[in-house]
Write a protein that binds this ligand. Structure first.
Ligand code: FMN
Length: 210
């Protein structure tokens, strides 16, 4: 690309440390969403912002799939619950069994503990070429999560859904990712129904200086 195509880097526009810290601490997992989700153009903008994430060799190979249709989202949850039901049959005493039973029972009562009735689910996927793709995708989703705050949106990582995709063929077939592509991550997105009143404390991580 030619320098003329690229906007000037204006470091004066950087948010202050206080702003960054406040925003980082305000980011929380959202599990209660308003029914109406973000418009398509907002999700597209978010995905565009996530595209500023670094990627191995700058390959920018992460691709996205967006579910924004209630019937399809419910179908995904139903399939995750089918997978969980099968696991419970095969391994009723596993350490996760109590949680899994709760999830399946909730779904039978139309309560969604898998995708929390998020109005939008974004998925990242790609072919594996260099081995950095899963990391690239995680960074991109973390950017999207953080950027969503500026739209009044909130996110929640859909780790359980990802496990379902990895283990349950019908779900993989339903996603219909391009041949050779692997799902890297999934994120629920929507407008939070409630506001948190406090920010929780975090443990300072263990660090070894050498
Ligand atoms: C890789 C990953 C997978 C996750 N999967 C789920 C999930 O399937 N369902 C869920 O409700 N939360 C999920 N979470 C959210 C975590 O529970 C949450 O980030 C953690 O409890 C800290 O809370 P906070 O995000 O509100 O700060 C996941 C988080 C990560 C990073």
């Amino acid at each position: 690309m030619s320098p003329k195509q690229c906007p000037t880097a204006d470091y004066k526009l950087m948010p202050s440390l206080e702003q960054v810290e406040r925003a980082l601490r305000l980011r929380r997992s959202i599990r209660r969403f308003k029914e109406t989700g973000p418009e398509k153009k907002v999700v597209e903008r978010l995905i565009g912002l996530a595209g500023y994430a670094p990627s191995g060799h700058n390959l920018q190979s992460i691709r996205w799939q967006v579910f924004a249709n209630r019937a399809e989202l419910d179908r995904l949850v139903g399939m995750v619950c089918d997978w969980i039901g099968k696991m419970l049959e095969e391994n009723p005493d596993s350490p996760q069994a109590p949680l899994f039973r709760k999830i399946v029972k909730a779904w039978s009562e139309e309560m969604d503990l898998v995708l929390h009735r998020a109005p939008v689910l974004v998925l990242t996927h790609s072919r594996i070429r260099t081995g950095t793709e899963a990391t690239d995708a995680a960074i991109a989703l973390a950017y999207l999560d953080f950027a969503s705050l500026s739209f009044g949106l909130g996110c929640c990582w859909a780790g359980l859904f990802k496990m379902g995709v990895e283990s349950w063929e019908p779900l993989r077939q339903f996603l219909n990712l391009p041949h050779g592509h692997q799902l890297h991550g999934a994120m629920m997105v929507g407008y939070p129904k409630y506001e948190f009143k406090r920010v929780p404390l975090r443990n300072y991580p263990e660090v070894k200086w050498r």
